[in-house]
Design a protein around this ligand. Structure first.
Ligand code: NAP
Length: 507
């Protein structure tokens, strides 16, 4: 199971007809062996046909069977051992310890969905008994359950080669509901993807499930487009750029039968420093902020890219201590040459903006694809006058915005696009101001934090990793946590059906 041969996984088969591209080691810039196949129209067709055939049998599997399947995937991923972590390191430049933690998160996520399946969360059953004597009209008996949508296309993310990729949250939540999954793997980590894909393929076999429950395709934009256009695909999960997510939303909406796209895209995760908190602990906040900003070379969707404070000596002090802390941070290798180029362009255009000043840069490093941390400063009026200042710069860069007073801070919060997170740094004396901000932040963000940092998303039952556009394309749900299964389900009501005809879970 640990050999990487560069193949697509279509149901039970390994297909390696046209080896066409190699992964790049971002630390050396060198290509990695082997070459990987690319899926064309024929492979997309085969994967979709198998998924369609598998759907009815898979969706009617007993909850226990799907729970065991998810646990088998987790066990198979664990069994890949260090080979998985080493390949992921070579393909992503992410540190070994971080990747080991991410593997635990990935298997923990699969196990959490297994327990959600066992709890019956997938069905979310509601029963209203008949009231034959109700006036003026009798009430019918109504029983409701949720059923899976059908085959789901999942686009793996570059920045979490395990937890948001082939067996990541989108795949795990879709499989939990009984939806077959076709993954379009991210081209930055095809070897990692193949190893994990084989772990899923093996679990399909040992659990006696139809082979079409899972396929893994590789390819460029055309492959992804073909997949989303295929009429057998009924929903899409995506994590990546705003441009990519919106392209898939447009394709899905223009199909003869439109389908939902759950795209997690762009967020700058504003941090609100309220005056009493800033006065009381500027140094501690600065340390926490810089740690969160540079973690994972800033390549988190929850990276704190915007900081708001009220102008004055306390904010100036905070900027000074943050600048000193950031200046001692080393540049580090980013995930891909493309992501590095986007970072250089994004920080460059901020630096060249006349309304922005550079407060600090980290220590420049030799070697390809290294991002030097950056801290920039502007004022609220300039920020609100220039939409470009609110664009996500993916990487270890953040913009501090000086507000005249709390009213201007609230005004700026109102002007923000949708966000995954919004964070308040508050002391008890800030509560009145925080109460004024809170309703605005509820409208803007999927998760609101106090006195913490948005990086590090807990996988749990009360987690929301979502938010209004452009954080996601559909703010009504989450891509992390138990509630993620809702994305791939729809309710069906059964009115006055004889018991013998009812699905077993509703009897
Ligand atoms: P990406 O360019 O959006 O690519 C993600 C996946 O979507 C890849 O498999 C890509 O395929 C596919 N794709 C992109 N555009 C498509 C289109 N028009 N039609 C069909 N498929 C399409 O994201 P990325 O490569 O991970 O990183 C690029 C930028 O995305 C980063 O610089 C950052 O700004 C942003 N990003 C954001 C997050 C977040 O969590 N918010 C995470 C990662 C990246 P191909 O690569 O094969 O073309």
């Amino acid at each position: 199971m640990t050999n990487i041969i560069g193949s697509l996984l279509i149901g039970a088969k390994s297909v390696r007809d046209n080896p066409a591209f190699r992964a790049t080691n971002p630390m050396s810039g060198e290509p990695l062996e082997p070459a990987f196949a690319i899926a064309g129209a024929r492979e997309v067709e085969q994967a979709c046909a198998l998924a369609q055939v598998a759907f009815d049998a898979f969706r009617e599997t007993h909850d226990e069977a799907r729970a065991v399947f998810l646990e088998a995937i987790a066990a198979n991923i664990e069994a890949l051992g260090s080979a998985l972590i080493e390949r992921a390191h070579a393909e992503s430049a992410l540190p070994i310890a971080r990747l080991a933690g991410e593997r635990a998160r990935t298997t923990g996520q699969l196990q959490m969905f297994a327990s959600a399946v066992r709890n019956g969360d997938v069905h979310d059953i509601r029963v209203e008994p008949a009231l034959p004597g109700r006036q003026p009209l009798p009430r019918p008996e109504m029983r409701l359950r949720h059923i899976p949508l059908g085959p789901v296309a999942v686009f793996g993310a570059s920045n979490f080669p395990l937890a948001f990729s082939v067996a990541g949250g989108d795949t795990a939540s879709a499989l939990a509901t009984g939806c077959p999954v076709i993954v379009k793997g991210h081209p930055a980590h095809p070897g990692t993807g193949e190893l994990v894909g084989r772990a899923i393929q093996a679990a399909v076999k040992t659990c006696g499930l139809p082979e079409g429950v899972f396929s893994l395709l590789l390819g460029g934009i055309e492959t992804g487009e073909m997949l989303v256009r295929d009429p057998r695909i009924r929903a899409v999960g995506f994590t990546g750029s705003r441009v990519g997510g919106l392209a898939l939303v447009a394709i899905a909406a223009s199909r003869p039968v439109p389908i939902p796209v759950y795209a997690e895209m762009s967020s700058i995760n504003p941090i609100f420093l309220l005056p009493a908190a800033l006065r009381a602990r500027a140094e501690a906040i600065a340390q926490g902020f810089v740690g969160s900003l540079v973690q994972g070379v800033g390549q988190f969707c929850t990276n704190p890219g915007l900081v708001l404070g009220v102008e004055g000596p306390d904010l100036d002090h905070f900027i000074a201590v943050t600048s000193a802390a950031l200046a001692s941070q080393q540049a580090a290798t980013m995930l891909t040459p493309g992501i590095h180029a986007a970072y250089v362009k994004g920080t460059g255009s901020l630096e060249n903006n006349a309304a922005v000043s550079l407060a600090a840069r980290g220590i420049v490093a030799e070697g390809p694809n290294c991002a030097t941390p950056a801290l920039l400063v502007t004022d609220a009026a300039s920020f609100m006058a220039d939409a470009r200042l609110g664009d996500e710069v993916f990487g270890p860069s953040s913009l501090i915005v000086k507000c005249r007073d709390i009213d201007e801070m609230i005004l700026l919060a109102e002007s923000l696009e949708g966000q995954l997170t919004a964070t308040l740094h508050i002391d008890p004396r800030d509560l009145a101001m925080a109460r004024r901000l809170l309703p605005v932040l509820e409208r803007k963000a999927g998760r609101i934090l106090a006195n913490g940092w948005p990086t590090g998303v807990e996988v749990g039952h009360a987690t929301v990793h979502g938010g209004p556009f452009p954080a996601t394309s559909d703010s009504r749900t989450t891509s992390v946590g138990a509630l993620a299964i809702r994305r791939f389900l729809r309710p069906v009501a059964y009115q006055n059906l004889p018991a013998d005809l009812l699905p077993p879970v509703l009897r």
